[in-house]
Ligand binder design. Sequence first.
Ligand SMILES: [Zn+2]
Length: 278
Amino acid sequence: MSSEAALRADIVEVGRRMYARGYTASNDGNISVRLGSDRLLMTPKSVCKGFMTPDMMCITDLTGRKLEGDRDPSSEMQMHLEVYRQRPDVQAVVHAHPPTATGFAVAGIPLDRAVLAEVLTTLGSIPIAEYATPSTRELPEAVRKYIKAHDGMLLANHGALTVGSDLFAAYYKMETIEHFAKISLVARLLGRENLLSREEVMRLQDLRGSYGIKAPAPICAETQEDATCQAVQAPAGDGARLVPDIVRRRAEAGGDGEIRLTYRELSALIEEAIRSLR
Ligand SMILES: [Zn+2]
């Protein structure tokens, strides 16, 4: 267990990195960590996360009552408290507004396509928690649905939330989400995305065990209403590990690269595309 002084210094460092990388602007974002079994160390309200000092932090109990600190705890404290209530294994929580990932959250597009092996082994999929007014009771309720099975999620029209076994583990997941969002955006701008096949995804799932990666839930192929697993979009590969996305598959099936579709086929294609973006 790290000492309180070391944890205060780690929060300062994580805040500095988040601000330096543009994950937060002005006073956005918040960071917390467990301090023993019954207390939390947390960033205060209304400070820029790039310029904090160790003495600024607040100590609260697990109900959010302030025990120590000159400043009031983060305005998103309720969201952090909800995570610690739902996930006894989680030691730290990071919230920020990284612009590319937040762009996906604004567009309503979850980062749940099977594209990168590292993302699948660590986070599985990154769903979007329903929109909630920041700093109200709605936000912890929106987060509750996904937090049991996910270590990272987007918050609709707001930002992203990550959790981990220590402060840096939670922070690095924020980096992974933003990096994945940038790569996904570039691939979509280029007009195609090759996906990992379902079989390859299941192989990666097995690798979690051998790499000692602790995930809160297994990866699954179908979205569950109660979000008890990490739903990933991965098409059947029939032996192939990479599967071209649907538009390219159709083009290749045409032989000459030209796409000729009937009205009915086009409608089906659009419907499928819309479904896959949800
Ligand atoms: Zn926020």
